[in-house]
Design a protein around this ligand. Structure first.
Ligand code: SAM
Ligand code: SF4
Length: 433
């Protein structure tokens, strides 16, 4: 009987995609999938350290595994991802029941690691990782993530990513094209290109190619219906990219452009490289070129030194820009980052009350923006039955809004046209036309 693996993933899309690579390697090595931790021969915790909360979740899961391992001493425990990268061998000291550690750049060496002979740790940054070809186990058959670059060189003062994922490296365009082409040939209809700063794609590649050029190459692939991407850094944003989104038929009309804060002094100490008016000018370019393009953002509240007055500027920015959706976070102290050493850290209660104010304001904006869609017909790529109400089908518009409608199971995986009947805060209800 073949051995079985179980992966527990913490954090963002990038980590979920890394777990697909880890699963791909296990499958290639002859391992089967375990339904849960109790049934596995090896458990991988693929960790995230972007905020303290994600880290705490990992430590609590690791504590549970200690008990499982006591009952089954043959069980192997591997810790992957950003915490493995950052805490390294200290983790072995604190938690001696961990068997293996490997970082985001070392997924390719997992095979040799678990088969023995290569020690128990693989956490060196690997500048060649962007050219490695790694097998992948993707779920679903409709939507897939594709990495186009690794690492980040921006060193925003709050962020741990440049330390855990290393320097920015772009994958060769031909490798990306071939991967997307074979996904389309397998029947995948939507791909999301992943990178910490997709706007600087291609900077270090010998072929003279930038991100809009890459999009237009991928747009030619037959069978593919939708191309999405995350994340664009506002500093490197170009009008060329907005034109590419508007003009390339498969590229969805949605831009995720993290602002982080509305106050210039906070943006400066965050090391974001733009002022609010420079950021707003880019939003104006987007809206001039395509008024229907959805724009979403990330916000951090309670960055060290953020005064009430600074915070009001973030509120003003949200009111002025009217994003389609936001992801808002309380500032979280991260070891080794510049912001940790800044003066005037903000009290936890102040951060919480600022976060609730932001979320409340955004709810009213989302509702108002969704209301505009009532009576309109939108194209929806159908994921399948809704988790909340399996009698209804659910999917997303090109602008990434959730639409629920009464359809049938055969709509799953297809594009259908839906007339929006009712706007809700975070979704839309409609009927097939
Ligand atoms: N590379 C992307 C960019 O620059 O916009 C974002 C990557 S990061 C994984 C996603 C979001 O997490 C960031 O945009 C930021 O809002 C948030 N984030 C990162 N570090 C954080 C911290 N220390 N505390 C709170 N939020 C943080
Ligand atoms: Fe972190 Fe800034 Fe890089 Fe985004 S651009 S990953 S926030 S350092």
């Amino acid at each position: 009987m073949s051995k079985k693996y179980h992966i527990h993933t913490f954090g963002c899309q990038m980590n979920v995609h890394d777990s697909e690579k880890i699963a791909g390697i296990f499958n290639d090595t002859g391992y089967g999938t375990a339904e849960d931790s109790g049934d596995a021969d090896i458990i991988v915790l693929n960790t995230c350290s972007i905020r303290a909360k994600a880290e705490q979740k990992f430590y609590s899961e690791l504590g549970k595994l200690k008990k499982i391992k006591k009952k089954n001493p043959n069980l192997k425990i591997a810790v992957a991802g950003c915490i493995a990268q950052q805490s390294g061998k200290q983790l072995f000291k604190r938690f001696p029941y961990i068997d293996f550690l490997f970082g985001p750049d070392n997924i390719g060496s997992l095979n040799t690691l678990i088969e023995g002979g290569n020690g128990r740790t693989a956490i060196e940054h690997n500048p060649e990782y962007h050219t490695s070809v790694i097998p992948m186990k993707r779920e679903g058959g409709l939507k897939a993530w594709v990495s186009i670059m690794y690492g980040c060189d921006n060193f925003c003062a709050y962020c741990i990513v440049p330390y855990t994922r290393g320097r920015e490296r772009s994958r060769p365009a031909s490798d990306i094209y071939n991967e997307v082409k074979s996904l389309a040939d397998e029947g995948f209809k939507e791909i999301t290109l992943l990178g910490q700063n997709v706007n600087s794609y291609g900077k270090n590649l010998p072929d003279n190619i930038d991100f809009p050029d890459l999009l237009s190459k991928l747009n030619e692939i037959d069978g593919l219906q939708r191309i999405r991407f995350v994340t664009s850094h506002p500093r490197d944003f170009s009008a060329k990219l907005t034109r590419a989104i508007r003009d390339l038929s498969k590229v969805c009309e949605h831009m995720h452009l993290p602002i982080q804060a509305g106050s210039d002094s906070v943006l400066k100490s965050m090391n974001r490289g733009y002022t609010y008016s420079e950021y707003k000018a880019k939003i104006d370019i987007i809206r001039d070129l395509d008024p229907y393009m959805a724009v979403t953002t990330d916000i951090i509240v309670g960055f060290p030194g953020e005064t009430d007055e600074d915070f009001e500027k973030t509120i003003q920015a949200l009111t002025e820009i009217e994003y389609d959706a936001i992801y808002a976070f309380k500032y979280s102290k991260r070891p080794g980052t510049e912001a940790l050493y800044l003066p005037d850290h903000v009290d936890e209660e102040v951060k919480s009350s600022r976060l609730s104010r932001i979320l409340k304001l955004q709810e009213s904006i989302c509702y108002r923006k969704n209301k505009i869609l009532e009576g309109k017909v939108v194209e929806v790529l159908v994921d399948g039955p809704s988790e909340n109400d399996p009698t209804r089908m659910t999917g997303r518009t090109r602008s990434n809004k959730i639409v629920n409608f009464s359809g049938d199971i055969a709509d799953g995986g297809n594009s259908v046209f839906i007339k929006i009947l009712e706007a809700k805060m975070h979704s839309l209800n409609g009927e097939k036309v």
